[in-house]
Design a protein around this ligand. Structure first.
Ligand code: CMC
Length: 392
């Protein structure tokens, strides 16, 4: 039969050409459309990065204003979707709710399902960027038994999300600009990351011609796993479980033990073998936010810093080139903002949505792309004859 290259985990297979994001894992470099993530994190904001990823260039002032207006026009979800939420158990994980609700968007937005129509593709992209924060916030509100908040378009993207999550009808809510800025930076740091597992899932789903809402729902499902986007929740829970600095060696030993499946969450990366540039920015941001909130003695942050220090001096982590990744410090900031750990991965999902949809758009427009259809190395039985049940 045919001979195939065996590449489990696709460690050496390029499945597409892409001009969106570049990573140099050895240099710890991440570029979006050529712009270094450190510069974007310092000077830009999430919606501007969304524009950059989607259209390839930074917008001028008029283009940015137009884009922000178009996104703001789509922040509300169909009123009927409220009933869809109510079908879930209150104790559902918000990611479970999001997989369902985002998939169900294809039942609501019939005028953005035709993938062959560029205008419909454009509207689908804008809808997704606009509505994912609304959907994530609704999943949260539903889980805590509070009424949904409608989006407030006078607020910026991150401020609106904070409002939808934390405002209650009983009292006024004022968005803290420091927190909104920090959240916006977290969104930027997650916006895209070339062909990671969830993005590859979106592309594979899309390669069959499935509609964009179905594809993004598939990406959300993939992101949920603890090896991927679920790591931010798992990491903060691990830091809390460690609790105090004196217990760190015990967990380091567990992570090194071959017979123990435990891994240091928020550590290691398939591509980065020197450092994760996102983690560097995130660490600075954590210091800044906790400082401004006057909680820099937060025990979780102390444990995280000491864990990082000890691991980076340990032969095991050094030789395997394991460094803190983007998920290591993000949870500390989100926790300080008041988000429960179950919301960490939904925030990753709404931030990555622009990356998913940009990659999906690029694929649809690429004439060399065909349906994704990996082959296998068959290890099962050779051909044999059926026997009647009485003779088995
Ligand atoms: N703790 C302890 N050992 C580890 C860790 C860790 N976090 N990560 C990798 N290793 C070891 C692993 O046991 C293996 O050892 P050996 O070669 O002796 O078998 C070696 O390092 C290479 O690991 P791998 O699993 O073959 O590497 P990978 O590229 O397939 O996996 C990873 C990358 C991110 C899934 C993995 O490092 C991991 O599970 N990390 C913890 C989860 C995590 O933080 N994920 C977030 C990733 S970044 C953002 C995102 O995608 O959400």
């Amino acid at each position: 039969g045919d001979v195939f290259t065996y590449d489990p985990g696709f460690t050496s297979t390029a499945a597409c050409e892409s001009s969106i994001t570049y990573i140099d894992g050895d240099a710890g470099e991440l570029l979006h459309r050529g712009y270094p993530i450190e510069q974007l994190a310092e000077h830009s904001h999430h919606l501007e990065v969304c524009y950059l990823l989607l259209y390839g260039e930074l917008p001028n002032a008029a283009q940015l204003a137009d884009f922000e207006f178009r996104v703001s026009r789509h922040t509300m979800v169909h009123e009927q979707m409220h009933y869809f939420f109510r079908g879930f158990r209150r104790d559902s994980h918000p990611m479970a709710t999001m997989v369902g609700v985002v998939g169900a968007m294809s039942a609501f937005y019939h005028d953005s399902l035709d993938i062959n129509d560029p205008w419909q593709r454009e509207v689908a992209a804008i809808r997704m960027i606009a509505k994912l924060p609304t959907i994530a916030a609704m999943a949260y509100k539903y889980s805590v038994g509070q009424p949904f908040n409608y989006p407030q378009n006078h607020l910026d993207y991150a401020g609106n999300f904070l409002h939808m999550c934390f405002a209650v009808p009983a009292e006024p809510y004022v968005v803290n600009p420091v927190l909104a800025k920090a959240l916006d930076r977290i969104m930027m740091l997650h916006a895209d990351h070339e062909q990671n597992a969830s993005t590859s899932t979106v592309r594979l789903a899309g390669s069959s011609g499935a509609n964009p809402f179905a594809c993004i729902a598939a990406g959300i499902a993939c992101l949920w796993g603890p090896a991927h986007g679920g790591a931010n929740q798992a990491c903060l829970e691990m830091l809390r479980e460690i609790g105090t600095v004196d217990r760190i060696p015990e967990y380091i030993a567990k992570a090194k033990d071959k017979d123990d499946p435990f891994r240091l969450m928020g550590f290691g990366h398939r591509v980065y073998k020197n450092f994760d540039p996102r983690a560097k920015v995130m660490k600075e941001s954590a210091d800044e936010v906790l400082g401004l909130l006057g909680i820099e003695n937060n025990p979780t942050l102390q444990v995280a810093k000491e864990l990082e220090r000890i691991a980076l001096e340990d032969e095991y982590f050094v030789s395997k080139k394991l460094y803190p990744n983007v998920d290591f410090y993000s949870g500390i900031i989100l926790d300080a903002m008041g988000f429960p750990t179950s919301m960490f991965t939904p925030i990753f999902a709404l931030s990555r949505t622009v990356g998913w949809i940009s990659q999906w758009k690029e694929m649809i427009g690429d004439p060399t792309q065909k349906i994704g259809r990996p082959r296998q190395l068959y290890t099962g039985e050779k051909r044999r004859d059926y026997t009647d049940v009485r003779h088995r």
